[in-house]
Design a protein around this ligand. Sequence first.
Ligand SMILES: *Cc1c(COP(=O)(O)O)cnc(C)c1O
Length: 385
Amino acid sequence: MDAELADLRARGLGRWPRLLEGPQRPIARYDGREVINLCSNNYLGLADHPALKAAALDAIATLGVGSGAVRTIAGNMAIHQQLEAELAAFKRTEAVLLYQSGFTANAGTVAALLGPEDVVVSDELNHASIIDGCRLSGAEKKIFPHKDAEAARRLLAASRGARRRLLITDGVFSMDGDIAPLPALVEAAEEFGAIMMVDDAHASGVLGQDGRGTVDHFGLHGRVHIQVGTLSKAFAGLGGYVAGSRALVELLMARARPLLFSTSHPPSVAAAALAAVRLVQQEPHLIARLWRNARRFKEGLQRRGFDTGASETPITPVIVGDERRAMALSDHLFEEGVFALGIAFPTVPRGRARVRTIVTAAHTDAQLEAALEAFARAGRAVGVL
Ligand SMILES: *Cc1c(COP(=O)(O)O)cnc(C)c1O
């Protein structure tokens, strides 16, 4: 372990994460320092919202702190089912199944539906939880170049012998902030009778009407069989879910190993999520504000000469290229009072190292302006500009 750690450190990896003291907010205390926080997935600023806190506290007072068992034994609480019903109405699907996280929703669903006689066709930049689900399933993996729907189509065409074919993509890609070409992928899936699955972790509460996700954004209701969402990003708490048909949900309840072998959410977690799902529909100005802030910040970076890559969403990378320089930019920014993470290989391809930013609905204009000025100073200091 010591040798492995030494090797990681020599490559600038294996850094211990910065320590957050106090709540997750636009100005937060990391490593003992108040900084403008551009690192969280707290898109709508709900992580310490009074309505969500009140809902969680009320659930603790009336229902306790734990569910006491896995869902399929004795831990299937009414609040879980209520959350599923409201999420299904939100997503406009027949049914929803709750998981403990977006990670287990992806990995558990793919592994439950596919076996060695099946083929999965997957975007090369799909999330690690999808990749793990594919591995667990034993299905044959066919990877297509990022966002290349025609390549995906060819891989489906070449898999006619499979029992099931699953075409799977992230809705919004977490390192680049670009959006999947879902209409073209759906057409390819329909042509070959493949199951279409989209992981909307970064689109939930962000994209589409009231944050319903990429399916809503592209007007594809009823044509995507499996939508995965998370309750851990814009919805600010913890959890994941699968939205689809009643048959899908019943099958997963019987087969998905995270449900069969890991305890369900504490009621407070489900209650906070329920409050979040209601809030995004009652207060559409939150999502409007998120997009306004994201556009403003992205344009500000571009005007100052930074390369924001293919970003079309609030995830805005500043592409640097060289790994050491990306890390130096991140460190300099922290000195300037801005927290934005440097990201290098293997999380992103070699030569595409970057500093990734996510602004939230809760950032003020003054905070965004100060962050842009800090970027300009740090960019000059480390030779990115
Ligand atoms: C964050 C993320 C997940 C995992 O969601 P959690 O709820 O944090 O487990 C899955 N897929 C993508 C694309 C993500 O960005």
